[in-house]
Design a protein around this ligand. Structure first.
Ligand code: FAD
Length: 342
């Protein structure tokens, strides 16, 4: 991947020519990453299904069945045009199982193709330079981990007191994310003893996509709806969503709150009610504000467009603190010291 010849119009561009010359199917590091992912990172049933599909594609009978066409050679021996044609038919098949095979393979292979890093290429991905993506700015740098994590107030899971049930808490909260941590902080401030139980680990932030997805996201970032058509990103890490989210702090819009008050009787969401007070406390605690937002290239184009059309625009608040602007785009691969936590 990609396995098609470089289109003529790109022939003069050395980067793009190199991109089209890359054959990941013959790259041992990529193949090892793919095998390791199928063996160890997918669930047992997904791993078995993927192996069954790949085995079928390497046989004549299996290829005939999957693509519903008679063939004398396995899919792996077809030329690139025939493979592309057959894959397109699979993608558009009226049978959901065939579409699922296509979307599952596409997601797995494309995700790994663009995110795996090669030791031979100094921990970069062989396709990044052709895409003019330099990789995370801190590749190879030692990153100062968030002080909040460094304080080590967590209890390790093999703590014998905990295992023996010798610790008693007023409240136990499952999950250290946005909801759990705010609730724990409030309960603790009210004088209750609180234990937060978290299944994810402490983040090790190097901002490499492949490592971050593997260590901080539910199912290594490969969680999907049952038909495989919708990818679902969810945190599985100490700190939950706020450790990897994009830090946009959009306050609940007033029309939504009005609906909650009027149709559900949730009076705490009334203007100037309890909810406003809570929102103010949380935003101030996480430094959610808009005055330090630096727009990226695509935002700048949108702003120019809005201005020229006479439309108003506004930056949403972000809970970034002292964030180097060249690094803000990497926060979904793990917050490091500049990202401010609850
Ligand atoms: C990539 C990404 C970007 C986002 N960007 C934004 C944004 O810019 N602005 C915004 O407002 N929102 C954003 N969100 C959404 C936001 O992060 C979530 O809505 C929010 O974190 C949900 O809070 P929560 O407490 O319900 O769950 P989470 O914060 O996800 O916390 C759940 C925690 O529970 C743990 N857990 C789950 N099951 C168990 C178990 N059985 N035992 C122990 N622990 C368990 C998980 O590991 C996780 O740490 C983003 C989310 C993602 C994934």
């Amino acid at each position: 991947m990609p396995s098609i010849p470089c289109p003529k119009e790109y022939a003069d561009d050395a980067d793009l020519r190199r991109y089209f010359e890359i054959r990941l199917s013959r790259n041992d590091e990529f193949i090892n990453t793919l095998v390791e992912t199928i063996e160890n990172k997918l669930s047992e049933s997904e791993s078995a299904e993927t192996k069954a599909v790949l085995s079928a594609l390497s046989t004549t009978v299996g290829s005939s069945l999957i693509f519903t066409q008679l063939t004398m050679t396995p899919f792996s021996d077809w030329d690139a045009d025939s493979q592309a044609c057959a894959l397109n038919r699979l993608r558009e098949s009226q049978f959901s199982l065939r579409r699922k095979i296509f979307s599952g393979l596409k997601k797995l292979i494309c995700f790994l193709a663009f995110s795996f890093v090669s030791e031979r290429e100094k921990y970069l991905n062989p396709m990044w330079s052709a895409l003019q993506y330099p990789g995370p700015p801190m590749v190879g740098e030692k990153i100062e981990q968030n002080k909040c994590f460094a304080s080590k107030s967590t209890i390790s899971h093999d703590d014998s007191d905990l295992l023996l049930g010798n610790l008693i808490f007023d409240c136990i909260i499952v999950g250290s994310g946005a909801g759990g941590s705010v609730t724990a902080a409030n309960l603790s401030a009210a004088g209750y003893s609180v234990l937060i139980v978290e299944k994810g680990s402490e983040p090790i932030v190097d901002h490499l996509e492949v490592n971050s997805f593997e260590t901080m996201y539910e199912k290594s970032g490969l969680l999907a709806s049952s038909d495989g058509n919708i990818g679902i990103l969810a945190a599985s890490v100490l700190g939950g969503g706020p450790t990897i989210n994009w830090s946009c702090c959009i306050e609940t819009p007033s029309h939504v709150r009005t609906e909650w008050v009027e149709s559900m009787g949730l009076i705490e969401f009334r203007k100037n009610g309890e909810f406003d007070e809570a929102m103010e406390i949380v935003l101030s605690r996480i430094s959610g504000k808009a005055d330090h937002v630096v727009h990226n290239a695509s935002n700048k184009i949108l702003i120019e467009g809005a201005k020229s059309m006479g439309l108003s625009y506004e930056a949403t608040k972000q809970n970034l603190k002292d964030c180097a602007t060249d690094r803000a785009g990497y926060i979904c691969f793990g917050a490091s010291s500049y990202h401010f936590f609850l």
